[in-house]
Structures are given as structure tokens and as C-alpha cells.
Design a protein around this ligand. Structure first.
Ligand SMILES: [Zn+2]
Ligand SMILES: [Zn+2]
Length: 367
């Protein structure tokens, strides 16, 4: 029989039963949600101070994967907006647009419909990943050069077929997931620009940022850390910001467990069975698994990984040529990126792509 004293009281309100715990503190559901919301509000406060000279609030684009982290970010931001609207003098401070990129067509349509209905104050758009050919008009040309002779882009085919053909030409799961995220980023950026959003707010937890940092280095994409993991300017003139960087994935999962508003509105993480062979996992999945398991034991170490990456100085604006596909620097990289690789390739065209992209190229010989 469990001892009576195991029933703890919330350390914040000192009233309700504690049902969750993090950072050596025990919380009731409401206080736990308040603690996490406060961490996000601190990160979001800079936008409220940013009102332009014309009195317009800054426009932010929130890419929503419908997964746990970005959904919790959406919920916390929406809560804040609702609180503002309940006041006499409404001062939201920023304008948020939500973009859902559909990687598999139609897979989560019902969840998307429910979410856009539930957050009716915000504007929602859903785009298929293949619309990157539409929003980034030169993408067909970039991909044709990038893939060399191994793949021929059929411009007259539908965008969906073009993307499928390109992805099929890439053999390893790491390269496919690597290029998917490059295309996703490009689409998100162009969509943000089409709405005149100055900042994209990504829903990455600090767990995910640490995994991304380690995976980027492993994939030869260390040079892009200054914007793929750090707050600041991306190579395309739109800021990237990560308001969940003070929160871990397990904390966001605990938030979700006590958040009725999000019930039925989140697509659970795809479960990767322990039996899946390591070689069949992408480096991103492997790193996420590693950081999840080790992060629970060494939280400080993992937090330090993303915090350190966030201090890297941006090299954007330097004269070094940048990769037309991913925006990363090409060739010998100066500064603190940690990547000093001369781009050696058999054809002239591909010399303009960065080392990270060259590694993911269809049938690439660089492995
Ligand atoms: Zn409490
Ligand atoms: Zn590149």
C-alpha cells in the first residue's frame, strides 16, 4: 500500500494536489501550465515591444506540424491573445498566422479542420509540401542542377509528381529527411514573405534544438546552425525565432496531458519501434532518440547544447557564396561554424551547392 505522504501538494498554489513535476518542483495542472506559459511569454515579449513606427504590430508566422510541440506553442500564444481580448484595452502586440505544411496529402485533414475551428481568432493556411515549386519559382532549376544527371525534373508534370520523383531518387532515409526539411524551410520562408511576416516562430523544444544541433554537425550542416537553431536572421531576410527554447519535450508532453483545449487536436508522434534497425533511421530520428533518452538523465547537458548553439555568431551578410538550395555557406567557411570543407565535385554546376546538400544528393558518391 502506498504511503499516505506520497500525495503531494502543489508547490505554487499550495492548494491543489500536485500531479506533475519538473525541475525538482511539484505542480498541479493549472500551475504547471502557468509555469510553461510564462517561459514562452518571456520569449514572446520582444515582439510586443516591436511595434512599428506606423503603429502596426509585427506579423509572425507559426508553422504548425500538428504535433505536440508546435501545438502547445499555438495554445499558449492563443491563450495570451484570448486574455488580451477579455480586457477593456486590447493589446495583443503581434499578429499570428498559422501555416500547416501537408507532407502526405490529406493525412491529417480532419485534425487541421478541428484546429482551425478551435483557434478561430487566428488565420490558418494549409499548403502541400510540393507547392514549394510554386512559391520558390526557381526550385525546379535549382533541383535540376543539384541532382545532376541522376534525376531529370519534368517541369510539365504536376508539382506533386515532381516532388515524388525527386524524393524517390534519393536513396537513404537521412538524405530524404534532410532534403524534406530543406524544402519545408524554403516553403515556410516564401509563404512568410508572401504575407509580409518578418519572423517565423518555430515550435522546437530545447530537446529538439539539441538533437538538431548534433544532427546538423553530423550531416555537415554546421554552418547553418546560426539560423536553424539560433534566434536571428535567416539567409532569406526573414527572422527565425524559437520561443520554446527554454522548455523540454517531456515538459511539453506534460502540458498536453493536462490541456483539455488541445484534446483531439494533436497528432501523436510516430512511434519508432525499438526493433527498427539503426541504419534505417535518419540521423535526425537517431539524434532525437539519443537526446530524449540521455536528456532525461542529463538535462543540463542537453540544454547547454542548444544554448551554446544559440550564441554562435551569424555569418549572414558576409561575401561568401551561399548554397542556392539550403542557404548555407558554400566552400571554406570562416568563423565559428566548425565546417571547413572544400567542395570537390565532378561537375561544375554542383560546385555551387554546400557540403551538406552535396551529401544528400541523389546517388551521391560522397558518403
Ligand atoms: Zn497549483
Ligand atoms: Zn546547401
Amino acid at each position: 500500500m502506498p504511503a499516505k505522504e506520497s500525495q503531494k501538494i502543489c508547490m505554487d498554489c499550495k492548494d491543489a494536489d500536485a500531479i506533475l513535476q519538473t525541475r525538482h518542483r511539484h505542480y498541479c495542472g493549472a500551475c504547471f501550465k502557468r509555469f510553461l506559459s510564462h517561459k514562452v511569454a518571456m520569449r514572446m515579449s520582444k515582439f510586443k515591444q516591436m511595434k512599428k513606427s506606423n503603429g502596426q504590430a509585427p506579423k509572425l508566422l507559426l508553422p504548425l506540424s500538428l504535433g505536440i510541440s508546435s501545438s502547445v506553442l499555438l495554445q499558449i500564444i492563443n491563450d495570451d491573445i484570448e486574455r488580451q481580448f477579455a480586457k477593456t484595452f486590447v493589446n495583443v502586440g503581434f499578429e499570428v498566422h498559422v501555416l500547416v505544411v501537408d507532407a502526405q496529402s490529406g493525412a491529417n485533414d480532419d485534425v487541421y479542420d478541428a484546429v482551425s475551428k478551435a483557434f478561430s481568432r487566428l488565420s490558418f493556411t494549409k499548403l502541400p509540401l510540393h507547392s514549394v515549386f510554386e512559391y520558390v519559382s526557381e526550385m525546379g532549376k535549382i533541383i535540376a542542377e543539384y541532382a545532376n544527371q541522376k534525376f531529370v525534373d519534368q517541369e510539365q508534370a504536376t508539382n506533386e509528381d515532381r516532388l515524388t520523383a525527386f524524393r524517390t531518387a534519393i536513396s537513404s532515409p537521412t538524405s530524404r529527411s534532410d532534403l524534406d526539411s530543406v524544402l519545408l524551410t524554403r516553403l515556410v520562408v516564401e509563404y512568410a514573405k508572401s504575407l509580409n511576416c518578418e519572423t517565423v516562430i518555430w515550435g522546437d523544444s530545447d530537446t529538439r534544438l539539441a538533437a538538431k544541433t548534433l544532427a546538423s554537425v553530423a550531416k555537415g550542416r554546421g554552418a547553418s546552425l546560426t539560423w536553424s537553431v539560433s534566434d536571428g536572421m535567416s539567409p532569406w531576410g526573414v527572422n527565425f525565432d524559437f520561443p520554446l527554447r527554454d522548455l523540454s519535450k517531456p515538459e511539453l508532453e506534460q502540458y498536453l496531458s493536462v490541456c483539455e483545449e488541445l484534446s483531439g487536436l494533436v497528432v501523436p508522434d510516430a512511434h519508432i519501434s525499438e526493433d527498427v534497425l539503426t541504419k534505417n533511421l535518419s540521423i535526425d530520428d537517431l539524434m532525437m532518440r539519443y537526446v530524449r533518452t540521455q536528456g532525461e538523465k542529463y538535462r543540463g547537458v542537453m540544454a547547454n547544447v542548444s544554448r551554446t548553439a544559440n550564441k554562435l555568431q551569424s555569418t549572414i551578410g558576409s561575401d561568401d557564396p551561399s548554397c542556392p538550395l539550403c542557404g548555407g555557406l558554400v566552400g571554406n567557411v570562416k568563423g565559428n561554424s566548425g565546417v571547413t570543407v572544400a567542395n570537390q565535385s565532378s561537375d561544375n554546376y554542383s560546385a555551387k551547392f554546400c557540403y551538406g546538400c552535396m551529401r544528400s544528393r541523389p546517388e551521391s558518391s560522397i558518403k
